[in-house]
Design a protein around this ligand. Structure first.
Ligand SMILES: N[C@@H](CCC(=O)N[C@@H](CS)C(=O)NCC(=O)O)C(=O)O
Length: 197
């Protein structure tokens, strides 16, 4: 397997973390995003969206961190995405939350602070706080987001940008249940961190 990667990306880290937790190896190819390597014709042939992460497994190529988690679980680690209809629906709902609420809230606050991306900080912080409060409330009721007995890909999809929210100037201290969930995830065998975690 080959992972097209950027070391500071939380979306790429989701995939690196999952690979490590399930004991799968992938050659990591670091792209220079500031230099535009994700928009070259060679890379667009791999991921037409021109973004990382992207994964190659044999002839199969797929972009998008959520889609990659779905693929890796189905192919190599089905326990991370149990097949019963209720759990599948709950996982899909959290993957969507990762791509929308987490991306437009905590992840956007982080790119604003770390990479100088122009954002409306008040609006983005309000979205981020709403997302973090919602997560804290869910985790007060259930140890894992998709209400499973063990962690699922739902947890991995949401975890990076929640845990990295401090990089975006957000205070994580008030979210007791969120912090306890970070600790549970960080204790999993095979857990790896990234810059900022
Ligand atoms: N929905 C995508 C978002 C991917 C994404 O936004 N990737 C960023 C890095 S975190 C990227 O490649 N940015 C460069 C660009 O869009 O040109 C995912 O979850 O993988």
């Amino acid at each position: 397997m080959r992972l097209y990667d950027f070391h500071l990306s939380g979306n790429c880290y989701k995939v690196r973390l999952f690979l490590s937790l399930i004991g799968q190896e992938a050659e990591q190819v670091e792209l220079n995003l500031r230099g535009g390597e994700q928009k070259t014709p060679e890379f667009l042939a791999i991921n037409p969206r021109g973004q990382v992460p992207a994964l190659e497994d044999g002839d199969f190529r797929i972009g998008d961190s959520q889609a990659i988690l779905v693929y890796l679980a189905a192919r190599y680690a089905p326990a991370w995405a149990p097949a019963d209809p209720l759990t599948q629906a709950r996982i899909a709902s959290w993957l969507s939350f990762a791509a929308n609420e987490m991306q437009n809230g905590p992840a956007m606050a982080r790119v604003g602070k770390l990479f100088g991306y122009p954002i409306d900080e008040a609006k983005v912080h309000a979205k981020a706080i709403q997302a973090l409060e919602l997560l804290d409330a869910q985790l007060a009721r259930h140890p894992w987001l998709a209400q499973t007995d063990a962690p699922s890909i739902a947890d991995l999809a949401v975890y990076p940008y929640a845990a990295l929210a401090g990089d975006g100037g957000l205070d994580l201290a008030p979210y007791t249940h969120l912090n306890a969930w970070f600790t549970r995830l960080q204790a999993l065998p095979g857990y790896i961190g990234m810059t900022g975690l």
